[in-house]
Design a protein around this ligand. Sequence first.
Ligand SMILES: Nc1ncnc2c1ncn2[C@@H]1O[C@H](COP(=O)(O)OP(=O)(O)OP(=O)(O)O)[C@@H](O)[C@H]1O
Ligand SMILES: [Mg+2]
Length: 396
Amino acid sequence: MRPDSIDEIFRRAKAGKALFIDRKALTPEFVPDHLSFRDGQIQAVAEVLAPVLHGSKPSNLLLYGKTGTGKTAVARYVQAKLGGEAGPNELTVAYVNARIANTEYRTLAELAKFINLPVDKQIPFTGLSIGEVTERIFAAMQAQKRRVILVLDEIDYLVKSFGDSILYEFTRSGERLAPGFLSLVGISNDLKFKDDLDPRVLSSLSEEELVFPPYTVEELREILTDRAQTAFRPGAASQAAINLCAAMAGSEHGDARRAIDLLRIAGEVAEREGLEEIDDTSIRRASDKMEHDRVDEAIRSLPVQNKAVLLAVSRFREGTNTGELYLAYASLCKRFGLETLTQRRVSGILAELDLLGLIEASVVSKGRRGRTKRIQLLISEEALAKTLSEDTTFGK
Ligand SMILES: Nc1ncnc2c1ncn2[C@@H]1O[C@H](COP(=O)(O)OP(=O)(O)OP(=O)(O)O)[C@@H](O)[C@H]1O
Ligand SMILES: [Mg+2]
């Protein structure tokens, strides 16, 4: 398709009316002042944390559920309310996102920002040992008799990347902090991260657990209707358009983030086209764009060996088996000057690519001759080629 000329883009923008009045209402940063369908979870979290208001240590709490089910939104909502309720300044409700903080050190440094460390015990941007940072935080908390509720979002990222040693310190900090204390609210969209925890950490961290179920299509519809009223000019997002977004976003699991993104991007597509309102085509284009971006991002962030295996899979239009695939992989490694991993390691990589939805590796029976794996690319070859053409190893 030929790119639109700049004159054409501006002409359409002038002719069309703006569809958005407040686009921010559909961005990830927006905090809605009302969370529908989460009264139960809000109440449950509040009940676990409430003892803090009369000075007792709340149980640690683990919130989990699939992506886009409102875990972060609920935690932040309760945090804001609790901040408002609390009188004495010894109470601190800290929120740290471990994935955004990115390292153990930065996670602790973020926590330290919520506690007034003495001038000579501040946490520099880098340079101290984890033990020293933990010690400075604990010492200040104890001296200030500080009661801290730490909401640790995307806790699975921390555990997967660095293990559970700081969680171990946190869950065993009881006497060290008295009369202050530290209660943890961990949030994860990956249940399997529990397998990586030391049993003592696990039992302490999950004193209380709360599951967030996916939203139903009906619920997504209502959430979107709410947001659309703030975001769009009247008439720009019809009920039919909202219903389609809810249905498409809800087809995998009820992910509110995906639904909201879909509606926003559909609005942008429609506005660019100079339409008066969002139509089915804008929504389908928005969905294709999101899928394309997701795949692109997933491929880009793969380790080089995983890219090589993926590339090998793409050589077989009709799918292949493990043996054939391994030969193709080995020859690619030779060609691109990569180390050739063992068949066993390659099987592990295949399982990871399968989890990401980039390939499908299913076990098929070969009758009396046992079983083998059928491996097939799930994304378009063109998309893969395009993304890998910008890669430093495979670009050549
Ligand atoms: N009940 C709700 N009402 C209105 N908006 C909601 C509701 N639940 C979630 N949202 C919105 O949907 C988006 C995703 O929600 P949230 O960030 O809380 O998901 P999450 O469960 O933390 O997902 P992840 O595991 O990927 O971090 C946010 O923009 C949030 O404001
Ligand atoms: Mg979240």
